[in-house]
Design a protein around this ligand. Structure first.
Ligand SMILES: [Zn+2]
Length: 482
């Protein structure tokens, strides 16, 4: 088959993003071998290419959690029903999504066991046992695990019944310390999502309606996907003494008084992979941010049967790997060069290097960057340093492009018509009275929800609520959301 036909064949395997975003997403994740559907309803199988992205995310986040004073632990996945029932708001929030174990072997259990939808209840139970005095505080633990929520509609990485995540749970002596922790971890998330995943976010506080079940305050980072919808990419909660009172987490203070501990929790999940795909991907497929790309550079030897080409390509791979880069040498001779170009573009590898007899003669390699599709040449001498710098440039460019997109798709609304128009294509900033009825009405009419109230409350577009016209109290973002 001619090269042109092969390319054509590749392109037709992915539905254009502008034609059907949802179909595009499904085509991309399946065709790039990141994920597959599982025999269990609503669950996903993360394949090596997808899991490698998760491992790199984990590595970056875990290092930052440790740097900020947290330690990893592991809690059991089963939670006795009696424990789950202790905090009323929490159980009400999660009850519709809990999966239960009712039988062990042939024996029916005396008490049902929940498969954790989240682990506040078990962390609280253990903290109550472990904490006696103010000297034991703070306790700052995190766990990497899977959780299960019986979701009605699911989509790989975005919403699945079982997903991978981390959940940090900390307890502190004072409200100030707990609030500081809550905001510190939100900021850690913002920093990593922007500077590792190249996904820009807005940070702020969730409304009462949208906060975590059982929290006093929830803060979130919200990213904009390429269809203009919001994706909640991470949350950080301040529980105050809510859970501590329900679970009896008490300690003797410095002045010998028995006090309840102040608690926080925070989490990010495999949703972040969905965020990467839907922020950066294009009609050719994935566009992976260099810092979490399992393969950062793919080397394609050209006319590899000619003497010296493969040897030089192997030496180049070794040199780049020595500089700490993740490199693949595609020396398969069963595919044409054109086929390979298309495949690696689809898989989103940030830099492609071509190395043929003429390049070697001239002491150069030809590169193509996936973010802009620009081509150029690099001298083989000192190439590792050049590629490292190029990957940083690609990261910066991807972050800037995504930020520009977010800014261009954020509008301000002072009435319901403007709000309705704005949420069709992106985020809408509006003044809000803090009334639940207005949130409900907007959800009902436009299928848009409040995302968060930005920390910077300046620039309120009106002194009246966008929905009811009563005095406005907060600047808030509205959007359709995943
Ligand atoms: Zn209102």
């Amino acid at each position: 088959m001619a090269k042109k036909d092969k390319q054509q064949e590749f392109v037709t395997q992915i539905t254009p993003r502008s034609e059907d975003f949802s179909k595009w997403y499904t085509d991309v994740i399946l065709r790039t071998d990141m994920v597959d559907y599982a025999p269990v309803r609503g669950c996903m199988v993360i394949k090596p290419y997808g899991y490698a992205v998760w491992e790199l995310i984990q590595k970056a986040f875990d290092a930052e959690f440790k740097r900020t004073g947290h330690q990893n632990v592991y809690m059991p996945m089963l939670i006795p029903e009696s424990l789950l029932l202790k905090e009323a708001e929490h159980v009400e929030g999660f009850a519709p999504e809990v999966a239960w174990v009712t039988q062990g072997g042939t024996e029916k259990l005396d008490e049902r066991l929940a498969i954790r939808p989240t682990s506040e209840t078990i962390f609280c139970t253990m903290y109550a046992k472990w904490v006696q005095s103010w000297r034991d505080l703070p306790m700052k633990y995190n766990q990497w695990c899977s959780v299960m929520r019986w979701e009605k509609t699911t989509r790989p990485f975005l919403r699945t019944s079982e997903f991978l995540w981390q959940e940090g749970h900390t307890i502190h002596a004072t409200p100030e310390e707990a609030q500081e922790e809550t905001l510190t971890m939100l900021n850690v998330y913002r920093d990593l999502v922007e500077n590792v995943l190249a996904v820009p976010v807005i940070c702020g506080q969730k409304s009462e309606k949208e906060k975590f079940a059982g929290a006093r305050a929830t803060y979130s980072i919200e990213a904009m996907m390429h269809d203009g919808k919001a994706l909640q990419a991470g949350t950080s909660h301040n529980f105050g003494t809510n859970f501590a009172e329900a679970y009896g987490i008490q300690f003797l203070s410095k002045d010998g008084k028995l006090e309840y501990a102040q608690e926080t929790s925070w989490g990010v999940s495999t949703r972040l992979i969905g965020a990467i795909i839907m922020t950066h991907g294009d009609d050719r497929g994935l566009k992976l941010p260099p810092r979490v790309a399992p393969i950062q550079v793919v080397i394609l030897p050209i006319a590899q049967h000619k003497e010296g080409v493969l040897d030089r390509a192997r030496a180049l791979k070794a040199e780049l790997e020595k500089a700490g880069l993740r490199v693949e040498l595609d020396d398969r001779d069963t595919y044409s060069a054109g086929w390979k170009f298309n495949e690696w573009e689809m898989k989103g590898v940030p830099v492609r290097l071509e190395l043929g007899p003429r390049d070697i003669e001239n002491g150069v390699a030809t590169y193509m960057r996936r973010d802009t599709l620009e081509k150029g040449t690099l001298a083989l001498d000192g190439i590792a340093g050049e590629i490292t710098a190029l990957l940083d440039q690609i990261h910066d460019n991807m972050l800037n492009q995504a930020r520009t997109f977010m800014e261009e798709h954020t509008t301000v609304a002072t009435n319901m018509e403007e709000l309705e128009a704005g949420v069709q294509t992106g985020f809408v900033k509006a003044a809000w009275c803090e009334g639940r009825e207005c949130e409900d009405e907007i959800k009902e009419k436009f299928n848009a929800s409040t995302r968060n109230m930005p920390f910077d409350q300046s620039g309120m577009p009106s002194d009246k609520c966008v929905c009811c016209g009563k005095p406005a109290k907060k600047l808030i973002y509205f959007a359709k959301a995943y």
